[in-house]
Write a protein that binds this ligand. Structure first.
Ligand SMILES: CC(C)(COP(=O)(O)OP(=O)(O)OC[C@H]1O[C@@H](n2cnc3c(N)ncnc32)[C@H](O)[C@@H]1OP(=O)(O)O)[C@@H](O)C(=O)NCCC(=O)NCCS
Length: 215
């Protein structure tokens, strides 16, 4: 009881900030969002000139460190890095501490679940050629749009690199380093991430008994 009373000011502040202040702050940063936006903590926003950040209806952004049992390393961060870059996030998509950097375009579908501490970047940030880096480390990086389909589930700590296309209904494994094109309903895991399903149906294993461990 006493602890609840001591926490009351913070609880009230969080309710006010998450419900009113941070949504207004997002608008002030030029973020376009639909109805039913859910914010837990303040996301980081950075907008390049003519950058577009658009969120559909009922998008949820969890940014407070303890808002996910896995603990968030950072708030959600949505950055457009170059003039005219775009980030589109579909309706009912939810993310926890995800960092999304777009130098051209990152498009994420509807009902996508983005696990804790995922990073999605459509640019290498620096050129691959050493001479080019010596001349200007920030100019000439390879940049390609990223598209993530509807109903994708991205496991914690996954890294999605430039040019990646992930089809509808895919599952991305925890810690995967993903680069390439993956057809709908693939399970993608590992570094470099591979398609584990190769056309077979995703099978739910929740009812499976744990295997016997031989002594
Ligand atoms: C990728 C995942 C969905 C695979 O589930 P699955 O289809 O049931 O696959 P299995 O557990 O049968 O594993 C299949 C193979 O992939 C490997 N594998 C499974 N998950 C892996 C991962 N994240 N990275 C690399 N390899 C993985 C297994 O070791 C196994 O390899 P093997 O065939 O050589 O033995 C699951 O392991 C996973 O990573 N879930 C994400 C959990 C998560 O991050 N939740 C979000 C919290 S916010």
């Amino acid at each position: 009881m006493i602890f609840r009373l001591l926490r009351l000011p913070r609880t009230l502040w969080n309710r006010f900030a998450d419900g009113w202040l941070w949504p207004l702050w997002l608008r002030a940063q030029g973020v376009d969002y639909g109805t039913g936006l859910k914010l837990v903590g303040r996301p980081e926003i950075r907008q390049a000139e003519h950058g577009v950040i658009k969120l559909g209806d009922q998008v949820s952004l969890y940014s407070r460190p303890n808002s996910n049992p896995l603990q968030l390393h950072s708030p959600c961060a949505l950055y457009t890095l170059a003039p005219g870059a775009q980030i589109h996030i579909g309706s009912q998509t939810a993310m926890s501490g995800a960092v999304i950097c777009a130098a051209t375009s990152v498009k994420i579908g509807e009902r996508v679940l983005i696990g804790a501490n995922v990073k999605i970047l459509d640019t290498d940030f620096h050129p691959l050629n050493a001479e080019a880096r010596k001349r200007d480390r920030n100019a000439g990086a390879t940049t390609r749009p990223i598209t993530i389909g509807n109903d994708v589930f991205i496991g914690t700590g996954a890294l999605i690199l430039r040019g990646t296309i992930i089809g509808d209904g895919c599952v991305v494994g925890a810690g995967a380093v993903v680069s390439g094109t993956f057809p709908p309903a693939s399970v993608i895991a590992g570094n470099p991430a591979k398609n584990l399903t190769n056309g077979t149906e995703i099978v739910e294993k929740t009812q499976q008994a744990a295997p016997e461990i031989e002594e």
